[in-house]
Design a protein around this ligand. Structure first.
Ligand code: ADP
Length: 308
């Protein structure tokens, strides 16, 4: 694979289900996931997330267009050597123990017994299933199965992790633990692509979001680029005989009835100018902030699409 090549690449993907009565699940979807990125894939139920993910994994064949993993088509076994995958619905053999399942998947990924033996207890611990290695999977709750599915995808320490419905079945504590797992994967430079309905999770963890609606990508953007223009930070102040700091003047505060008002977009700048105003002896009368959530952005975007 060439360096800096996207780990996932999907181009003009069209997927139809059914023979006689066709359902078009994807209408020409194009996106890429670059090395080291954490990308959230969001959309309503039925929007096409699983279909796109399954096509990338080679479980669904595109009607037209193409998908590539590590630069290879999904039909090429080299494409899946360094990917961990959590399916939307993970069904595991109920008669197996958690350790055995991880041994099975690790073995399929080419890991030897010694590596598996040392890795499995730590991995179970990391996903909140410490000490459950010898428990039968039929005794696992939905949340425990999901945790195990996440461990399964991580068993061979892959470079790329693809999670379909990442938080499915997890309670708030489970989601909290998962956040730590993802942050750790991120800090080790792993590339993560996941679909989720937990938009606050996507907002706080992801570098980028891809929004799909009715089989079409309606937005792809860096989370910071999406959210920052929606945020607003306001400072009202009086000079009270002091000179206005240059950094404040550069932002063109509006003047009305002796009160200057600064309207800012960035939190860093807001913090910096607040400091500059108080250092200069100006009187800060009022501060306020309006921040928007990804959820609010998403809802508005999708309503707009539907109205159009
Ligand atoms: P999401 O993962 O965003 O919920 P899906 O990819 O599962 O969406 O579904 C996209 C569309 O494809 C939906 O209209 C769904 O009903 C349809 N679909 C998904 N899987 C199948 C299938 N196996 N056979 C027929 N239609 C399907």
């Amino acid at each position: 694979m060439a360096q800096n090549q996207p780990l996932i690449e999907v181009r003009d993907l069209v997927v139809d289900y059914g023979r006689k009565k066709k359902t078009r699940a994807l209408h020409g979807v194009t996106f890429a996931v670059e090395p080291g990125e954490t990308v959230g894939f969001i959309g309503a139920n039925g929007a096409g997330k699983s279909t796109a993910i399954k096509t990338v994994m080679g479980f669904v064949f595109p009607t037209t267009g193409e998908a590539k993993l590590f630069g290879y088509p999904p039909s090429d076994s080299r494409s899946r050597l360094r990917v961990g995958y959590l399916p939307e619905v993970a069904l595991y053999y109920p008669f197996m123990k958690a350790r055995e399942l991880l041994e099975l998947y690790g073995g399929l990924s080419g890991m030897n017994r010694a590596d598996l033996k040392s890795r499995i207890p730590n991995l179970l611990e990391r996903v909140g299933l410490g000490g459950k290695g010898e428990s039968l999977l039929r005794q696992f709750s939905k949340g425990m199965q999901q945790r195990l599915g996440i461990a399964q995808s991580m068993i061979a320490d892959p470079d790329l992790l693809i999670f379909d419905e990442l938080s499915s079945g997890l309670d708030p504590l489970g989601r909290h633990d998962l956040r730590d797992v993802l942050l750790e994967l991120k800090s080790r430079g792993r590339t993560i692509f996941f679909s989720s309905h937990e938009l606050s999770e996507v907002e706080s963890l992801c570098d980028r979001v891809i929004i799909i609606h009715k089989g079409r990508i309606v937005k792809q953007a860096r989370v910071a680029d999406l959210m920052e223009p929606l945020n607003q930070y306001v400072i009202d102040f009086r000079l009270n005989g002091s000179a206005m700091p240059d950094a404040v003047a550069a932002e063109n505060p509006q003047l009305e009835n002796g009160i200057h008002t600064l309207n800012l977009r960035e939190l860093d700048l807001y913090t910096k100018l607040l400091g500059a105003l108080s250092d200069s002896g100006c009187e800060v009368i009022r501060t306020s902030s309006k921040t928007r959530s990804l959820e609010a952005y998403y809802t508005e975007l999708v309503r707009g699409e539907d109205a159009a």
